[in-house]
Design a binder for this molecule. Structure first.
Ligand code: ZN
Ligand code: ZN
Ligand code: ZN
Length: 281
């Protein structure tokens, strides 16, 4: 058996987001950590996907204090800014297998703080290629899928976790459906998910709609809006995987479980991931 726990559902800035004094972030007690998954297999593997700055709270939520594998999708800050917590000053970890792409490995090597942690034996870096299996312990395997996402620092890979019975896609960030589907040579989201043979799909739900950022230039923070994904998916049909939106920006109305937007998502047969949610694979 493989158990996955959702350790965070927020976009990189978290929710409440630092610096936001608007109503969306007024409830400081209602904390949502940046996206991360904790994965345990019967074979004794403890995997963490993403290293957020809330990693300590996320370990508490997960009930774990150690991981033997750490996987990173890409180098944007919410996904990697907890890496330093594994060092001598805090967790003093040893020999964590750090699974990253070649461009992410280059960034690790070029960043003095992270390079030092590799030299001190905190991390052993393992490089993965796109479309390959990075990990397999007999009950759990992890595959990588490259997706287009602004790549100033590193490329971006989604992960598929396959357990003995079920599979889960983790795709927290990508730029546009047009580019992602075209890279994988498929005509629709439904066709792609079917090709990937996943039972659960955690998809980029950063923004509800294209006008959510107000005056800010949307082209600088591109993610497919949830409304567009819903338009493309339509109603859930027999044989479709369960789709859960995640990586929610602090402005996203889907944080309101009683809101009309949440009602719209569920009326079509789709869902929104929540912190502490478990999946058995
Ligand atoms: Zn992100
Ligand atoms: Zn806010
Ligand atoms: Zn990103």
């Amino acid at each position: 058996m493989v158990e996955v726990m959702v350790l965070g559902v927020a976009q990189d800035g978290g929710h409440p987001q630092p610096g936001c004094l608007r109503p969306c972030c007024a409830n400081v007690a209602d904390q949502h950590y940046p996206v991360s998954l904790g994965v345990r297999s019967d074979e004794g593997s403890n995997l963490l996907i993403e290293a957020t700055r809330h990693l300590g709270d996320q370990f508490t939520l997960w009930g774990q204090t150690e991981v033997n594998h750490l996987l990173l999708t890409h180098a944007h800050f919410g996904h990697i800014d907890g890496l330093g917590l594994f060092g001598r000053e805090t967790l003093a970890s040893r020999g964590i297998q750090l699974h990253v792409s070649a461009s992410m490995k280059q960034l690790v090597n070029q960043t003095p703080q992270w390079n030092l942690m590799v030299q001190q034996g905190v991390f052993q870096v393992q490089t993965f290629a796109s479309g390959t299996s990075v990990f397999n312990d007999g009950s759990l395997s992890v595959e990588t899928i490259q997706v287009p996402h602004r790549d100033e620092l590193s490329d971006m890979h989604a992960f598929i976790l396959r357990g003995p019975n079920k599979s889960l896609l983790f795709l927290p960030d990508h730029d546009t459906w047009e580019e992602t589907l075209s890279l994988h040579d498929v005509a629709s989201i439904r066709a792609w998910l079917s090709k990937l043979e996943v039972d659960f799909a955690l998809l980029d739900g950063t923004f509800w709609s294209a006008d959510e950022l107000g005056g800010r230039d949307q082209s600088k923070v591109p993610h497919p809006p949830v409304l567009q994904t819903l338009d493309m998916l339509g109603n859930r049909e027999q044989g479709d995987p369960e789709v859960y939106f995640t990586h929610l920006n602090h402005t996203n109305p889907l944080y309101n479980y009683d809101g009309e937007q949440m009602a719209h998502v569920t009326s079509l047969g789709w869902k929104v991931a929540f912190q502490g949610q478990r999946f058995t694979l």
